[in-house]
Design a protein around this ligand. Structure first.
Ligand code: G16
Length: 546
């Protein structure tokens, strides 16, 4: 197509648009405003994509606005001079699959359209994020530059062209740019097949093992159906809510005890299946359930660390592990027993990526239902589910038996997260400011029979490149091996969300029947006393407890 088909548009001033923990997430309607998506994408291209010879991967989780956004981004990429874009059919790509494709094709990077676990639809959220050539979320240096550029950019170029038939796999052209529309599942499924013992998993299902996977009407439906039902032989119907819908069926695609309550009822409460799992909007999170039990993400990470060598792709063992700061310290004890390093990083997958790139860690995970390894540079929901299936298959144990054996050997970290969603930004900040002001005075303080041993605002220096991240959340260590962490969410889009993380290492013989909230009642009380959340926010109860 001739150069004359590129037009330039003026972009209004949308104010500061700083990508958060995981890209720019805003209400869908905001993204649909004329020039909003376009000018932000232009800023991404300007700051992260060379004008010549670039290959990009493009896809999203299928939420409202994904398809028109994909078409617009293709026109913008063509006008920018991108040589080739690899797009998932219908604009679909899970986040881990996009990460894999970037690495597989040695692409310049990728643009992922998702607001992850946030609700979708016209009244929900939309999001966009840029991943670099390693397949991982762009580092702060790039996201800050994108934010600055997006704030000041007043003009962008776009190709005038018809929509591409996104449902048609094959090679297309848009101006001088080549567009390859591919099956979003195939390459990712092949990667999984290279890591796991599918024969053992198949035998597990043949032996009558039962499972439900809740795709929550989000992107993992087609991936899970191919992997679990077709490649691993699970009976048809194992994957539920498997069709991606623009509004996720009106539900919140967040795999936790609250938003996946149907699955929780079936597997955990009623014990109808041996195993249950769910993933989120873009397929990077996971929740694991066993008959009558729930596996807290921090425990899942520790158990995977202890058993990963039993999976073919990890037969050489682990070089190191990492967890985000608010994740419980359960994995630290496994790492100590394995005599491998354990890194503590701020919340956000990008902090793991430099350790993964440098070959310092094999496995990493977060309390926020994220687990992953060096196979991609994103957390990976279905990968975690396959890890569990593979371990269950080769160990012959149930989820409950694995959990209880793990706790008997390493001790149990009772753990809960209390979220105060959509409080006013000022009250969220007030809670943090007031804690920061008092940090120095807290150690030595006696609260409800426990002594505060240490308190700090978590700061991190990347051991590879020396970059620093400060003010990453307040850590309060209490006597009796208990810990309180407080931070503001980086992914909310309305007001502020305060996250209160509470944990205590248990004594005795831990069982899946233990009431975690009861075990932690005293630590919860102390957290309220120290943080003053109720007084600052007027909320006496959290919105979500996981
Ligand atoms: C994103 C990041 C995760 C992080 C999570 C935290 O997850 O990728 O690394 O743990 O946000 O969210 P918050 O700041 O709200 O606690 P996702 O799944 O939303 O992309």
């Amino acid at each position: 197509m001739a150069l004359s088909s590129i037009v330039h548009h003026d972009a209004p001033d949308f104010g500061v648009r700083t990508p958060g923990t995981s890209g720019l997430r805003r209400p869908t309607r905001e993204f649909q405003a004329p020039h909003y998506l376009e000018s932000f994408t232009a800023a991404i291209l300007e700051e992260a994509v060379p004008k010549e010879g670039a290959t990009l991967v493009l896809g999203g989780d299928g939420r409202e606005f994904c398809v028109p956004a994909t078409q617009q981004i293709l026109r913008l990429a063509s006008a920018w001079g991108v040589e080739r874009v690899i797009v998932g059919r219908d604009g679909l790509l899970s986040t881990p699959a996009a990460s894999h494709l970037i690495r597989l094709h040695h692409a310049t990077g990728g643009i992922i359209l998702s607001a992850s676990h946030n609700a979708g639809g016209v009244d929900g959220d939309f999001g966009i994020k840029y991943n670099g050539e390693n397949g991982g979320p762009a580092p702060p240096l790039i996201t800050d530059a994108i934010a600055r550029c997006a704030t000041s950019l007043r003009r962008y170029a776009i190709l005038v062209a018809e929509d591409l038939p996104l449902h048609q796999i094959g090679r297309h052209h848009l101006g001088a740019m080549q567009v390859d529309i591919i099956d979003p599942v195939h390459d990712y499924a092949e990667l999984m097949e290279s890591l796991f013992d599918f024969r053992a998993i198949r035998a597990l299902f043949t032996g009558g093992f039962t499972m439900r996977f809740d795709a929550m009407h989000a992107v993992t439906g087609p991936y899970a159906t191919d992997l679990l039902e077709r490649r691993c032989g699970a009976p048809a119907g194992t994957v539920i809510r498997g069709t991606p819908l623009p509004d996720f069926g009106g539900e919140h695609p967040d795999p936790n005890l609250v938003h996946a309550s149907g699955l929780v009822e079936d597997v955990m409460t009623a014990g109808r299946y041996d195993f249950g799992a769910a993933s989120d909007g873009d397929g990077d999170r996971n929740m694991i359930l066993g008959r009558g039990c729930y596996v807290a993400p921090s425990d899942s990470l520790a158990i995977l660390a202890a058993h990963l060598h039993r999976i073919p792709g990890y037969a050489d063992g682990l070089v190191g592990v990492a967890r985000s700061m608010p994740t419980s310290r359960a994995v630290d004890r496994v790492a100590a027993a394995l005599n491998i390093p354990c890194y503590e990083t701020p919340t956000g997958w990008k902090f793991f990526c430099s350790l993964l790139d440098a070959g310092r860690i094999t496995l990493c995970g977060e309390e926020s239902f994220g687990t992953g390894s060096d196979h991609v540079r994103e957390k990976d929901g279905l990968w975690a589910v396959l890890c569990w299936l593979n371990i269950l298959a080769v160990s012959g144990q149930s989820v409950r038996a694995l959990l209880e054996a793990h706790w008997a050997e390493y001790g149990r970290d009772y753990y809960t997260r209390h979220d105060y969603e959509e409080v006013s930004t000022s009250s969220g900040e007030a809670v943090m400011h007031s804690l920061r002001d008092r940090l120095g005075t807290l150690p030595g303080f006696l609260v409800s029979g426990r002594t505060i041993l240490a308190a700090d605002d978590f700061a991190f220096t990347d051991p590879i490149d020396g970059s620093q991240a400060t003010a990453q959340g307040i850590r309060i260590l209490l006597s009796g091996d208990a810990r309180i962490v407080v931070r503001l969410s980086g992914t909310g889009t309305r007001g502020a969300t305060i996250r209160l993380y509470l944990e205590s290492v248990g004594r005795g013989t831990p069982s899946v029947e233990d009431d975690v909230q009861h075990e932690l009642a005293e630590v919860i009380r102390i957290a309220h006393e120290i943080t003053g959340i109720e007084g600052q926010t007027g909320r006496s109860e959290p919105t979500v407890i996981t």
